[in-house]
Design a protein around this ligand. Structure first.
Ligand code: AGP
Length: 608
């Protein structure tokens, strides 16, 4: 997904812009560009199709300026090319614009601007902004007023940064549906679409709200609304470590993040378990016990892996609190005119906190008077701010496109919510203690699974060339199967299908053959016998089976077995998922894939 960086201060902007863009690479992109200006006037521009390293190689030594903007582009309007890469300039080459998001009325604006004499040099929707803003500044309008006027004519979503060669003492940024965060330095200021680009330089940040703009100067900033009313924003401190954005000796961010899970789970649990009352404390819910007792249903919303984590969450809430709970893709929910019930608790799940579909679902619920909690990793993100309360994951920044540690921490957060809910309802103190102890044991149990990385790598190498893989699980195991299949297809591009094990005989059994291996989740719970019967059905069709569970099945039922430490049945899915992450990772490596930046995907999908 596109990324924005901006700098204004006494130093040369280019090194920060290039470094910041490199920090945003993980979001996925196909081209990159920078533009700088300074007291000497004029705009210097470089943009290339390809990587940030290609851009850095194309930037000459004399490319200097104290005010600059940069961008990584993920093509929406027009193919990836040098011309379509941002920044975009007006014809007088006075204004430069970088933009994340989509301008829906770009064709109409382009036609009008062309009729007025503008000559377009790209196929992008963004270029209309450069021409619109330029038309206003040419009439002597201040840059911030010109940007406001231009945005007033635009329909769509945007995060933008704008440079004016004739007003090099400022950059104007604006947000509407696509994040912009300001970074406050010592006599210098930064802006970016993601704090990861800023943390090396400052921890003091200000997140813009939708509909808000800012004029950023070297010595400070002023925020205001689209109708020019000044707003007052207090900076917050980012507590993520700079080294979270380095691979720290691991070959890939993904492997590092898989191995960080014992620590990230500890942080999700930290200070939230109450052994005395065998419950969980969740200070951010903003709902007291009486209000929670009035809730009759829980509806969980998220996209992709966040949705699957929500499925595990729904299972936990139903089991521990005996409240009907259901997870649905936010991307579907928002388009189906959902019925919003007063006694339903809505929970939005998002690692980034910026996924547009999930944000739109939250806004729809709130517009209809519903109550929404967020289970979010990124503090201060749009979804976190939009929700009425929630649980922060504290998993730390997740850089690799495929979600692993945030997924696990989301399920842990749901276990805490389910425990809290359960103990308000009928979960006994003994059962509460059982869950508290099991949660405390998770970090060490995850470490045990991670120790098997090498043997899982051998298995992955053996199966990586398969045409596809079937993932099956029953009840608690089914969301694990779905997430396992998602991870494999996402990073290795091997086709993977997830089915409830119980459904196999109703259709997909026809697919089983020696060419289609099955990964089967076979926890040692009340459904073990049923699962073993399913393995027998697969083996009878000469299917190969990798079983993941707590007890090795008979040799005739499984070709391979991955042992996972036993937790309480409700929490077993969390641990069963960890070897599936390793399997997907090692399969992707065996196939030589771009593990951290899989093709066609972006880390956070901030467009519709
Ligand atoms: C996970 O591996 C995927 N990259 C993707 O499905 C992701 O979970 C989804 O896009 C939601 O992202 P979010 O958690 O940042 O909202």
């Amino acid at each position: 997904m596109c990324g924005i960086v901006a700098y204004i201060g006494p130093k040369d902007a280019t090194p920060f812009l290039l470094e910041g863009l490199a920090r945003l690479e993980y979001r996925g992109y196909d081209s990159a560009g920078v533009a700088v200006t300074g007291r000497s006037g004029g705009i210097k521009l470089r943009k290339v199709k390809g990587r940030v390293a290609d851009l850095a190689a194309a930037v000459p030594a004399r490319f200097k300026g104290t005010t600059g903007i940069g961008h990584t582009r993920w093509a929406t309007h027009g193919v990836p090319s040098d011309a379509n890469a941002h920044p975009h300039l007006d014809n007088a080459e006075r204004i430069a614009v970088v933009h994340n998001g989509i301008i829906e009325n770009a064709d109409e604006l382009r036609a009008k601007l062309t009729a007025d004499g503008a000559v377009f040099r790209s196929e992008t929707d963004t270029e209309v902004l450069a021409h619109l803003i330029a038309a206003h500044v040419a009439e002597g309008v201040e840059l911030e007023d010109a940007v406001r006027a231009a945005l007033g004519r635009v329909v769509g979503t945007y995060g933008i940064a704008v440079l004016d060669a004739e007003q090099p003492d400022r950059i104007v940024v604006a947000r509407n549906g696509s994040p912009i965060v300001l970074g406050i330095g010592e006599k210098e200021m930064f802006a970016a679409s993601d704090v990861s680009a800023l943390v090396r330089y400052t921890r003091q940040v200000v997140h813009l709200e939708d509909g808000e703009l800012a004029t950023v100067r070297a010595d400070g900033f002023r925020t205001f609304t689209e109708d020019a009313r000044t707003t007052h924003r207090q900076p917050s401190t980012v507590d993520w470590e700079v080294d979270s954005y380095d691979t720290g000796g691991y070959e890939h961010f993904l492997l590092k993040e898989i191995h960080e899970q014992p620590g990230s789970v500890e942080r999700t649990l930290s200070g939230r378990l109450d052994e005395r009352f065998a419950t969980a404390h969740l200070g951010g819910l903003n709902l007291d016990a009486r209000e929670l007792r009035e809730i009759r249903r829980v509806k969980i919303l998220g996209c992709g892996s966040a949705y699957y984590a929500g499925e595990m969450g729904a299972q936990l809430i139903e089991e521990l609190a005996r409240i009907p709970a259901h997870s649905e893709p936010a991307s579907e929910f928002r388009y189906r005119n959902p019925v919003i019930e007063a006694d339903t608790l809505y929970v939005a799940v998002s690692q980034s906190g910026e996924t547009y579909d999930t944000l739109a679902a939250v806004q729809e619920i709130k517009r209809k008077g519903g109550r929404v909690l967020g289970v979010v990793n990124t503090v201060g993100s749009a979804i976190a701010r939009e929700c009425d309360g929630g649980i922060y994951l504290h998993a730390g920044p997740e850089v690799s496109v495929a979600s692993t540690k945030a997924f696990t921490s989301t399920v842990v957060a749901f276990a805490l919510l389910a425990l809290h809910f359960g103990r308000i309802h009928d979960l006994s103190p003994a059962d509460g203690r059982r869950i508290v102890s099991a949660l405390q044991a998770l970090p060490d149990q995850i470490r045990e699974v991670l120790e098997q990385s090498e043997s899982i790598a051998e298995l992955a190498a053996e199966y990586a060339e398969s045409a596809g893989m079937m993932f099956i699980g029953r009840v608690r195991g089914f969301p694990v199967a779905r997430e396992g299949a998602q991870k494999l297809k996402e990073i290795s591009y091997v086709h993977a299908e997830a089915y409830p094990a119980s459904e196999l005989k109703h259709g997909p059994l026809a697919l089983i053959s020696p060419e289609l291996p099955t990964l089967a989740l076979v926890p040692d719970d009340e459904l073990l016998d049923k699962n073993l019967t399913t393995l027998g059905e697969i083996k009878a069709r000469s299917g190969r089976v990798i079983a993941v569970g707590h007890r090795r099945p008979e040799e005739k039922l499984a070709d391979h077995f991955i042992l996972v430490p036993k937790s309480e049945p409700e929490l077993d899915p969390l641990l069963l998922n960890i070897p599936l992450q390793l399997l997907a990772y090692h399969a992707a490596v065996a196939l030589g894939r771009d593990v951290d930046k899989p093709r066609n995907l972006a880390k956070s999908v901030t467009v519709e």
